[in-house]
Design a protein around this ligand. Structure first.
Ligand code: DP6
Length: 362
């Protein structure tokens, strides 16, 4: 990652928090919300390793009225100000002592800003972790690790729903379900059960079909579920799919895993296409890639499948054991349908990393 954080501090720094947090890819999709960022159904995702955001929050001494400044990749950036302002208002409810602090927030992504992969999960989760660290160090209530991450997840959720899942590595779920103890609509939890070894090292090759900004934001998309004719059935299906996926995770049933993952991906886009107004985020090349993945699977019997987020790019999911075969498939058949032959090679990750002044993981 380029080091954008060297920009010479002239202010006196009172406190500093520094976290890197991953993006995640949902296998069971969150699509539809109510109240203050509460999900209409439970979701499950895999945290990524390479697609991350690093955020540094500095509490600085200032004679001016407390405020925040935001820098993205080394530059003062005002396009995110509204989102951060709203996020901080939520943070002040959690941590009232933060209100009289001047904050300098610096953020940068490992993936290009316009690569067509969503950055809100990694951005909001890294910011939430920084804020929780700063607030908790000040507080007399020491939070143990699990409580710290739960709080960070809850705060991240208020910035962006999917960000709640990014405070953990591996697989995590968000949203109340009778299937998982401690599940909640307010925060995500780490999926803490024995997952069959066939799923232990999944890769995600993100095939970039288009890096254009989305025509519709996720938030607008979620709103369209409010009056969606299929909403009730969709939320029921998400519960059912989660149950099937959890069973497959335990038994090692890769066929069932594929069925559920692809059903969720296509279901998400079907919901968008049947919204009023409708919107179509897949492109012809998205469909071409999907069909080729399905054909290759039929031909070889290998364990690979696709998923999509709210955009045209295809996430090709496969185990590490067939990496070279998948690399060949991508190079020989799929790259031709990617914008500038662009692929982001990613895999399951271990979750956020906190940096100390020595830059060591703790
Ligand atoms: C399709 O978390 O981006 O990626 O809460 O409005 O910020 P907001 O939405 P966001 O929605 C993500 C939708 C999704 C599915 C998922 O990640 O579960």
């Amino acid at each position: 990652m380029r080091d954008y954080f060297m920009n010479k501090q002239v202010e006196k720094i009172i406190r500093k928090a520094d976290w890197t947090s991953p993006s995640n890819i949902a296998f069971i999709k969150y699509w539809g919300k109510y109240g203050n960022q509460l999900p209409s159904n439970p979701s499950l995702s895999m945290s990524l390793k390479n697609s991350t955001t690093r955020t540094i929050v500095l509490v600085i001494e200032s004679r001016d009225k407390p405020a925040f400044q935001f820098f993205f990749e080394g530059f003062k950036e005002s396009t995110f100000d509204k989102k951060i302002d709203l996020f901080l208002k939520n943070a002040y409810n959690f941590f009232p002592s933060l209100q009289n602090k001047s904050l300098k927030i610096e953020s940068c992504n490992t993936f290009p800003h316009s690569a067509g992969i969503a950055s809100s999960a990694s951005a909001m989760s890294s910011l939430a972790l920084c804020i929780c660290e700063i607030a908790e160090e000040k507080s007399s209530n020491y939070l143990n690790d699990a409580e710290f991450y739960r709080k960070a997840s809850e705060l991240a959720r208020l910035g962006s729903g999917s960000a709640s899942r990014s405070v953990y590595g591996g697989f995590s779920t968000w949203g109340k379900t009778s299937l998982l103890e401690n599940s909640s609509d307010e925060w995500a939890t780490f999926l803490d059960f024995d997952i069959h070894p066939v799923f232990s090292k999944l890769n995600d090759a993100i095939l970039i079909v288009s890096s254009e900004p989305k025509k519709i934001s996720s938030s607008e998309g979620h709103q369209l579920m409010n009056n969606h004719p299929y909403a009730k059935e969709r939320f029921k299906l998400a519960h059912k799919n989660l149950e099937c996926l959890l069973k497959a995770f335990q038994s090692g049933d890769t066929e069932e895993f594929i069925r559920v993952i692809e059903n969720e991906a296509l279901g998400l886009h079907s919901l968008m296409m049947s919204s009023d107004p409708a919107f179509i985020l897949v492109k012809p090349h998205t469909l071409e890639i999907i069909n080729r993945i399905i054909d290759f699977r039929k031909k070889t019997g290998l364990f690979l499948c696709f998923t999509l987020d709210a955009g045209p790019n295809v996430h090709l999911i496969y185990p590490d054991s067939i990496k070279s075969k998948i690399t060949d498939l991508i190079n020989s058949e799929l790259l031709a349908f990617c914008e500038n032959r662009k692929v982001i090679w990613d895999e399951i990750g271990e979750g956020p990393v906190r940096f100390t002044s020595e830059n060591v993981k703790i």
